[in-house]
Design a binder for this molecule. Sequence first.
Ligand SMILES: *Cc1c(COP(=O)(O)O)cnc(C)c1O
Length: 234
Amino acid sequence: MHSIISRIDSVRQRIKTAAEKAGRSERDIVLLAVSKTRSHMAINEAFEARVHAFGENYVQEAIEKIDRLKEKSIIWHFIGALQTNKTRIIADRFDWVHSVDRMKIAQRLNNHRDPAQQRLNICLQVNIDNEASKAGLSTTIVGDAVKQVLELPHIRLRGLMAIPAPRDNESAQRSVFARVRTLQEEINSGLDNSQKLDTLSMGMSADLEAAIQEGATVVRIGTDIFGPRERRAE
Ligand SMILES: *Cc1c(COP(=O)(O)O)cnc(C)c1O
């Protein structure tokens, strides 16, 4: 049996090794622990190992855990499929949303965000492999969406998120992540300094090394921290 703490140690080691190989600092990469389907006790254990950012996919389940853990200084990231009837509670209870895949959702999150709170950090999800089954903006329209989101006063647009189709070798993984990075660079070249996107949310348990090689600033790790999920994934 591996404990959550020892699994976190080995994920951190992988991040460090990949960062060094890429000439980057591990400090520039956020370890986002994906805690969907996990108990608040499991989250607490990861928190004790100095993980402070957690990603959740299911709103109801997430809110229960956020309520239970409200004494802890946790940064909560919503990374799941977004329904319009959930935007109010997400805008209210989360710090980040990675899975914004249409303008209507961005507008609603903006409208529901309390102006007294800090702006809601969001990433636009890109359907980098153009998969019919997957959420995300097509690469051809991301640039327009960025311009529109930048107009929303209670949103802080941070970057792009992608979930590529699985590939079985690192060079194939790298080439798709490189496309996300290039897309972000193209977008940034047209933006003022104050607006430039600084976040690339990409890389999961199976491909975090490739993602870090290609500039990931947030890796979203579930299985390799908490062990296999019982299903209800995706
Ligand atoms: C579940 C999930 C992850 C974590 O995947 P693992 O393979 O368990 O590391 C990352 N990102 C998103 C969007 C997810 O839904």
